[in-house]
Design a protein around this ligand. Structure first.
Ligand SMILES: NC(=O)c1ccc[n+]([C@@H]2O[C@H](COP(=O)([O-])OP(=O)(O)OC[C@H]3O[C@@H](n4cnc5c(N)ncnc54)[C@H](O)[C@@H]3O)[C@@H](O)[C@H]2O)c1
Length: 442
């Protein structure tokens, strides 16, 4: 099962040359904003060719695990003219598994010969330089800022799984890259998938249009059980152990209030118009998942956020087996309440409203809308809200780890960079479990 990364070689970056003139024309539409008026005649031809859906879009995946492979499948489901042409992962075995599973389902639409399989720490660069049009990012969250920056610099459209950063330097980098993508007219579609669920969207729209009056409070819950653990092969170095069990290391996952609870925090921010809190305080710790194999993350958090409009958001999450499980988003307004995941709105003396419109697979819809945007020139860029919601998770962790009230200004300017000294296989100490009142804010 384990690839020994020290013996895995990085194939030379292979390219898939663009020989099809209409395809080259289409790719130019991505930079339409930057082009002069004289070019626009050519672009409209290219656009209409692509709008008909006749051109092949080449997709590459960085991070060939469960969600990354799922995103590749969603992309292939979204449009018959998508081809998966490149895969990248730090571990060779993950690539082999992804190719096997995806080929069984999608046949020759999965076209990833050895020279477009990239292994190692710099695999992402090989993939981005391999001639793909769209890059799917499904690694652990730590790497998202670095990978997104390079992909946008190289002119690629991106689908980026959540969360997109684990610390403030990562957040600042995502904001810079978002602005760069805007200037280059490139897509950044976020894996905050509930934003692409028809029922959640319609319920949210009604609430934002005033269905429950003014919002006075928000309650977010992601109370779940424990997640997977991949064990410990004695051949693995510390770094390999942490990379394979990345959930349990804050530098890789951001802790579970970021890795998992960001879905809920994102809905709280969304209903308020994607504003940022002014400050928060948080309680948290590690009670049941205390075995060292679980790294150093907490197993529960309770964070109270204050927003500039005076609205509090009470946010709870836990990963403890044997406890009550609930994932919900409840908004309290001056006229009533909304239960977002159940798609219902309750107003006193009125029948309860429930969404009964079309449904669909939100994971496929993310990719359908991304590709429609690319083909039509109506590029989607979710960069601002995905950065804001990820940072809301990070400030909650900072407050809970330190036991201090942390302001947004302090948090976004934090100097704490969770990156290891080097990306290399070998010893890597597990940090101490954070202790409120002792762990400093950096
Ligand atoms: N939107 C959702 O509903 C949802 C669901 C599950 C996971 N996720 C997110 O998707 C991401 C991946 O989660 P997963 O469950 O698929 O994890 P996973 O461990 O199954 O897959 C991650 C893969 O990325 C690879 N990887 C890590 N660092 C890399 C690097 N620097 N370069 C190349 N490859 C690298 C790993 O080797 C692994 O194969 C996470 O951000 C997670 O939060 C989102």
């Amino acid at each position: 099962m384990s690839a020994n990364p020290t013996t895995v070689s990085q194939p030379a970056a292979a390219s898939t040359p663009d020989t099809n003139p209409s395809r080259r024309g289409f790719l130019r539409t991505s930079t339409a904003a930057a082009l002069g008026a004289t070019m626009l005649g050519q672009l409209s031809v290219a656009r209409s060719a692509h709008a008909a859906g006749s051109d092949i879009l080449k997709v590459g995946l960085i991070g060939c695990g469960g969600r990354g492979s799922g995103a590749a499948a969603n992309s292939l489901n979204a449009d018959p003219n998508v081809r998966l042409t490149a895969l990248a992962d730090v571990f060779e075995d993950r690539i082999a598994g992804a190719i096997k599973n995806l080929s069984m389902q999608y046949g020759d639409r999965v076209d990833v010969p050895k020279e477009r399989q990239f292994v190692g720490w710099d695999a992402y660069q090989g993939l981005i330089d391999s001639g793909v049009d769209i890059v799917l990012m499904g690694t652990s969250p730590h790497f998202r800022p670095q990978h997104l920056k390079y992909a946008i610099e190289q002119g690629k459209h991106v689908f980026a799984e959540k969360p997109v950063c684990v610390d403030a330097p990562g957040y600042r980098s995502i904001l810079e890259t978002t602005a760069l993508a805007e200037s280059k007219n490139l897509s950044i579609v976020s894996g905050l998938c509930w934003r692409y669920d028809y029922g959640v969207r319609e319920t949210m729209k009604r609430v934002r249009d005033g269905a429950i009056g003014e919002i006075v409070a928000i309650r977010e819950m992601y109370n779940a059980r424990g997640l997977w653990h991949h064990g410990h092969d004695p051949k693995w170095s510390d770094m390999e152990y942490q990379m394979r069990n990345w959930l349990y290391f804050t530098w890789l996952s951001g802790d579970h209030n970021a890795e998992q609870h960001v879905h809920s925090l994102d809905k709280g921010a969304w209903v308020l118009g994607d504003i940022s809190p002014t400050s928060c305080f948080g309680l948290g710790g590690r009670q049941t998942r205390i075995d060292p194999k679980y790294g150093h993350i907490f197993d529960h958090f309770a964070v109270c956020y204050e927003f500039p409009n005076g609205v509090p958001m009470f946010a709870y999450c836990r990963q403890q087996d044997g406890c009550a499980v609930e994932t919900s988003d409840t908004f309290y307004g001056t006229k009533g309440t909304a239960d977002i995941l159940n798609n219902t709105i309750s107003v006193k003396d009125e029948p309860k409203w429930k969404y009964r419109g079309p449904t669909g697979n939100m994971y496929d819809i993310e990719h359908q809308e991304m590709i429609q945007g690319i083909r039509s020139g109506n590029i989607i860029n979710n960069g601002h809200y995905m950065a804001n919601s990820s940072m809301i998770a990070i400030i909650g962790r900072m407050a809970s780890y330190t036991g201090q009230v942390i302001t947004w200004e302090e948090a976004v300017n934090s100097k704490e960079d969770l990156s290891p000294k080097a990306y290399e296989w070998g010893p890597l100490e597990t940090p101490a479990v954070a202790m409120p009142g002792i762990t400093p804010f950096v």
